[in-house]
Write a protein that binds this ligand. Sequence first.
Ligand code: IMP
Length: 183
Amino acid sequence: MTLPADGIERILFSTETIAAKVAELGETIARDYRGKTPLVIGILNGCFPFIADLVRATQIHLEVDFMSVSSYGDGTSSSGVVRIIKDLNQVIIGRNVILVEDIIDTGLTLRYLMDNLRTRHPESVAVCTLLDKSEARKERVDVAYRGFTCPNEFVVGYGLDYAGRYRNLPYIGVLKPEIYRAP
Ligand code: IMP
């Protein structure tokens, strides 16, 4: 049994629950993209454990690339301002792209990324997110592959951070509000 770390109010998705869901997502993607060699694009930094597990659960030929964008500072709410910090290493003309996110909150980051990638003429772009905070959505985005619906609370672990920390928790938990609220 995994005990909550300091600062974690409760565990939302255990290591085992996440592993089962990621295996399921990988099988679905493999079925949908058989014979297509998709380009799986991870949005850094939060996606790194998820994409690592997801591609190993997706037993077809695929390629992996990464982008890094900033939409949050050290706070817990979306600024709406998106900046590309690291772009793709390759062109995506004619490729079947799968965009991998750790969490979709307002949808502002994804809206920007989808619009940006579409200008590069891929064959298709699908979104795969581990967590979907659909209650917080401000921009409509089509999510083809969704792990879990997430309550509208600030969550950390399995790649998700608060001020750069907690990414290495092997589960996803709700952060105690006193950690990010000034006293
Ligand atoms: P959006 O633009 O509001 O959809 O924000 C997406 C990004 O915000 C994600 O990729 C995360 O980096 C961050 N984010 C949103 N909600 C959370 C959360 O609950 N915990 C940690 N990061 C979050």
